[in-house]
Ligand binder design. Sequence first.
Ligand SMILES: [Cu+2]
Length: 127
Amino acid sequence: MYKRIAIGLALFGILTMLLGACAIVDTGNTANLPTVHMGGSVFIQTSIKIHKGDMLNLVDDAPSTHIIVNGSWQGNTQKPATENGAPTVNHTFTGSDSAAIGPFTSAGTFHLYCSVHPGMNLTVTVQ
Ligand SMILES: [Cu+2]
């Protein structure tokens, strides 16, 4: 009799733990992702290293529009590019917003730029 109650309590405890663990998963949570911030017309850091499979969180700290795509500025000329292994990126930030791009599933060095702001380049190294 007591054995049954003990087993019941143990099962209840395990179930509670499992449900608790599930509750921690929040698909909208980008706090733990590698993050690059953007100012009015620049990437605050121009390169970042991430791990294979990571999403990259881009945060627009300014009330500025940024359109982030694959490729780079070379001088004052936009050079859109398709790089093998890079996710296709085409995201418009409207100001004071953020978005996770990717995932980057292949190792390599990839280039992103903002088509609004000349020279606004970001290099993503995936390892
Ligand atoms: Cu921009």
